[in-house]
Ligand binder design. Structure first.
Ligand code: NDP
Length: 450
């Protein structure tokens, strides 16, 4: 049995109760096979894969909070500090009822490779809680964030571990957590990114993951002699990543015809009115179903579950899954391929199942940009926020956007060159994973067995 397969078998046996984590490890280890083979003895002797798949530490804690009626509740908080060989742990925090240790481990594991790919000095980590912010009052959100930080503050810091937002954690939650950390530690420091512009945040951070996704997909299309202009685009989700991916795709001349939330999806043949989507999701925090009340010509379908086939049956040239994991299953991939999709860019983390990824790769034609590369613009701009905080200055919007574009082009070049070097030129899953892995492995080997 190959070294890669033996590590995978160990993970499958040991963590069978964490299916998302096993899925993420499987996808990465399979694609690393050629790189591992080229240097197997050294990697094996230093247990490089065993050390990469096992986090440095996993912090699990109780988060008690009191609702507006005086009733106490308890949620579980997590911070998984995965690997800091390249720099301080870095990765977002997710508040969603689905959150479990396995989900946070999957996200933290992916983050190590993604952060390595950005070229910035950032290690990998992830955190969150099984708390559902939906339907909670402002004060309940505040009390939850405060309680969460009462424990988390011990484990994070500007040079130790720098969290950010993710599903359910946006500007409001980050503000409350930043305030609590400052209150406890008296340190108004950059221990978290995605901060408000008035207290150390970076311009473009809010837009960065979505913009970065479109920059990378544009680079991928351009190498094949085409671009977004005139292309029909479908975006899943209508949250932070989805909204700004849709905005940039439109700026580049694409026509976004469908978007979704967890209750349903809209189809607007004339092109989605993004200002209206923003008003509904960012201002009113309401359901996307509101859209058709204003845009009478659009359609609303109430099958919002991520495994619903119908969103992905809308004919498009570019598909941008930006909602959550396991959104595109094999059946969806087949439908997209049948409808002539040119490119798929993963804005979310692991939105495509392994079978579906394999179906895209098997076409040898569909350009598939994996999340580790395609959605790295968010963490890259968080890295730029950390730099600005350390330098105690703020760059202009133009400066940050130019740096983001350069980073995304560089990530594309890196994954594309790596794929070519391994004689599988449009297998960007292989390209991104190997490029991220090799830098991380070199750093770990340099540090000795730790
Ligand atoms: P948001 O919470 O802002 O938006 C998530 C969107 O996806 C919402 O429209 C939400 O619907 C929908 N959604 C969430 N869960 C489900 C589900 N189970 N079924 C159907 N729809 C669902 O999150 P982000 O935009 O920040 O994150 C989206 C994805 O991108 C995640 O995978 C995240 O890990 C990844 N990512 C985010 C980065 C960032 O900078 N924010 C950076 C890199 C990756 P509803 O409105 O109904 O809740």
């Amino acid at each position: 049995m190959s070294y890669t397969n033996s590590v995978l078998k160990m993970i499958e046996e040991k963590y069978s109760y964490q299916p998302l984590f096993v899925q993420a490890v499987k996808e990465v280890l399979h694609s690393l096979e050629p790189a591992i083979k080229a240097n197997e003895a050294a990697y094996k002797q230093n247990a490089i894969l065993e050390r990469m798949v096992e986090p440095d530490r996993q912090i699990v804690f109780r988060v008690p909070w009191v609702d507006d009626k005086g009733q106490a509740h308890v949620n579980v908080g997590y911070r998984v500090q995965y690997n800091n060989s390249i720099g301080p742990y870095k990765g977002g925090m997710r508040f969603h009822p689905s959150v479990s240790l396995g989900e946070i481990k999957f996200l933290g594991f992916e983050q190590c490779f993604k952060n390595s790919l950005t070229g910035l000095p950032m290690g990998g980590g992830k955190g969150g809680a099984d708390f559902d912010p939906k339907g909670k009052s402002e004060q309940e959100i505040f009390r939850f964030c405060q309680s969460f930080l009462m424990e988390l503050f011990r484990h994070v810091g500007a040079d130790i571990d720098v969290p950010a937002g993710d599903i359910g954690v946006g500007a409001r939650e980050i503000g409350y957590m930043y305030g609590t950390y400052k209150k406890i530690t008296r340190l108004p420091e950059g221990w978290i990114t995605g901060k408000g512009l008035d207290y150390g945040g970076s311009l473009i951070r809010k837009q960065a993951t979505g913009f970065g996704l479109v920059y990378l997909v544009q680079a991928m299309l351009q190498e094949q002699g085409t671009c977004f202009k005139g292309k029909t685009v479908v975006v899943s989700g209508s949250g932070n990543v989805a909204i700004y991916a849709a905005q940039k795709a439109m700026e580049f001349g694409g026509k976004v015809v469908a978007m979704s939330d967890s209750s349903g999806w809209i189809y607007d043949k004339d092109g989605v009115d993004l200002k209206l989507v923003q008003e509904i999701k960012e201002v009113k925090r309401a359901r996307l179903s509101e859209y058709v009340k204003t845009r009478k010509s659009a359609e609303y379908h109430d099958d919002g579950k991520v495994d619903s086939l119908r969103l992905w049956s809308v004919k498009c040239d570019v598909a941008l899954p930006c909602a959550t994991q396991n959104d595109i299953h094999l059946a969806h991939a087949k439908e997209l391929i049948k409808n002539g999709v040119l490119a798929v860019g993963e804005g979310a983390n692991m939105p495509t199942t392994i079978d579906a990824c394999n179906a895209f790769l098997a076409t040898k034609k569909v350009l598939f940009a994996p999340g580790k590369a395609a959605n790295a613009g968010g963490v890259a701009t968080s890295g730029l926020e950390m730099t600005q905080n350390s330098m105690r200055l703020s760059w202009t919007e133009k400066e940050v956007d130019e740096k983001l574009l350069a980073i995304m082009n560089n990530i594309y070049k890196n994954m594309s060159t790596t794929a070519k070097n391994f004689k599988d030129p449009i297998n960007f899953i292989l390209g991104a994973n190997i490029a991220g892995f090799e830098k991380l492995a070199r750093a770990m080997l340099a540090h000795g067995v730790q």
